[in-house]
Design a binder for this molecule. Structure first.
Ligand code: THU
Length: 131
């Protein structure tokens, strides 16, 4: 799957977002080494802190379906003017399972940038940090 295809798939998830509070839909698509893709959207909650981001929705879907060690590329997208940068909690959650992940970050005009999770979360704290 090309970067463009993964980004476009993430954009299809914007309509699934549940965003009655922020009105800021976010979509995600997470590619595994075998070609499986897990999609996600943000799901908000009246108790605001219980909201789950789009990237974490996709990640938890993947892990719960047995894909822990083969996550290779993530697209995260929004309708915003600026690129829809993953929040700190999502960067940390992704680092747990895929520190070498490639991340595609798009903005509302569908332009995107490609960077590594190491760039987004340098010197991250992960499972090996506990050794
Ligand atoms: N959001 C995400 O889905 N991913 C991020 O990495 C940043 C923020 C969502 C959470 C909330 O529903 C909305 O964007 C506004 O913060």
């Amino acid at each position: 799957m090309t970067d463009r295809e993964l980004v476009d798939l993430a954009f299809t998830m914007l309509e699934r977002s549940y965003v009655p509070y922020s009105h800021f839909p976010v979509g995600a698509a997470l590619l595994c080494a075998d070609g499986t893709v897990f999609t996600g959207c943000n799901v908000e909650n009246a108790a605001y802190g219980s909201t789950i981001c789009a990237e974490r929705t996709a990640l938890v879907k993947a892990v719960s379906e047995g894909h822990q060690d083969d996550l290779v590329r993530l697209a995260v997208v929004g309708n915003s003017t600026d690129y829809c940068w993953p929040c700190g909690s999502c960067r940390q959650m992704l680092y747990e399972f895929a520190p070498d992940l490639t991340v595609l970050v798009a903005r509302g005009d569908r332009e995107f940038v490609r960077l590594s999770l190491h760039e987004l979360l340098p010197h991250g704290f992960g499972p090996r940090s506990l050794d």
